[in-house]
Design a protein around this ligand. Structure first.
Ligand code: F6P
Length: 319
């Protein structure tokens, strides 16, 4: 392998820059050239690439977002787009590709592998943590830290006014951020998409809520109800509540990566290059039980499920 292309795709997540630094550093150590495609698959289609140098990237490991920029490319969903991407790779003599992103990114790589046979390696980068084959994705830990920092603040004011507060956290189809942040801030109820009818328990609790304390609900944006519906159902069973909604939104995607995400970025970046040099292809590098682990893309795109231990915690604390 002489020239690796790398890109970040889908929603940005803290730790992506650390991974880029690690990829450049380990490739350079093996005499391999590294180029970065800008704006995810869009850059691949348009031939928008820049050389990456580890001494420059070293300065940005502590910064959130992605210096390569990112996008959710519609054009790459079409065969026409993928054919253009293939021409870009050939024109630039790129003989391996590393992609950092979420499940949409891996689905894209799977489709691309049907017309392009150079090796692809994936790195899980999404705050949602909904990727099969790794305990943690890049950015999840930072997003949870941001969520708890902000919910702690909301709790101060909620308790001062004895208010019901509904805080909506991110997670398009997954409740990882909600479970983790909800447990850590002592939420009275945690609603996640995976667990179905949790709001029934919530309504039972809130029916008898006597306004002598705060009542904190953390709901994942992916939950079928969402903050507004939860709010109207609460008001139906207890019209006297003084209720406010806060949606944390994209603040959860930004900010400097946590120690864990920087380390994960460095480990996975180095592992991606190593895996390519071992002759492997079409696998994602992840960490399971704190050990590096490779998972084929076909398996990765099946969603990461909330495990039994987390459900037990949810039963005990969040219902
Ligand atoms: O990247 C994951 C995520 O932050 C989800 O939690 C959220 O649903 C989605 O991206 C938001 O996407 P966008 O920034 O494109 O609105």
């Amino acid at each position: 392998i002489k020239h690796i292309g790398v890109f970040t795709s889908g929603g940005d997540s803290p730790g992506m820059n650390a991974a880029l630094y690690a990829i450049a550093k380990s490739a350079e150590a093996k005499g391999i050239k590294i180029s970065g495609f800008r704006k995810g698959y869009e850059g691949l289609i348009d031939g928008d690439l820049i050389p990456l140098k580890s001494h420059e990237l070293k300065k940005i490991t502590q910064i959130g977002g992605t210096i390569l920029k990112t996008a959710r490319s519609k054009r790459f969903l079409e065969l026409e787009g993928r054919k253009k991407a293939l021409q870009t790779l050939k024109a630039n003599n790129i003989d391996a590709l590393i992609a950092i992103g979420g499940d949409g990114t891996f689905k894209g790589l799977l489709a691309f592998s049907e017309i392009c046979d150079i090796p692809f390696i994936g790195i899980p980068g999404t705050i949602d943590n909904d990727i099969f084959g790794t305990d943690y994705t890049l950015g999840f830990d930072s997003a949870v830290n941001t969520a708890i920092e902000n919910i702690d603040k909301i709790k101060d004011t909620a308790e001062s006014h004895n208010r019901v507060f509904i805080v909506e956290v991110m997670g398009r189809d997954s409740g990882y951020i909600a479970i983790h942040s909800g447990l850590m801030v002592g939420a009275d109820s945690i609603l996640i998409p995976e667990s179905g009818k949790d709001f029934i328990y919530l309504l039972d609790k809130v029916k008898n809520y006597d306004s002598e304390d705060a009542f904190l609900v953390v709901v994942s944006e992916g939950d079928e109800l969402g903050a507004e519906l939860v709010s109207s159902k609460i008001k139906e069973v207890n019209p006297n509540v003084d209720l406010r909604i806060t949606k944390l939104g994209h603040v959860q995607r930004g900010g400097n990566p946590s120690a864990l995400d920087r380390m994960l970025g460095i480990r996975l970046g180095v592992a991606a290059v190593k895996t390519l040099l071992q002759g492997k292809k079409n696998v994602m590098v992840g960490v399971l039980n704190n050990q590096l682990h490779l998972t084929p893309f076909e398996v990765v795109v099946k969603q990461h499920q909330v495990d039994n231990e987390l459900y037990e915690l949810l039963e005990l604390f969040g219902k």
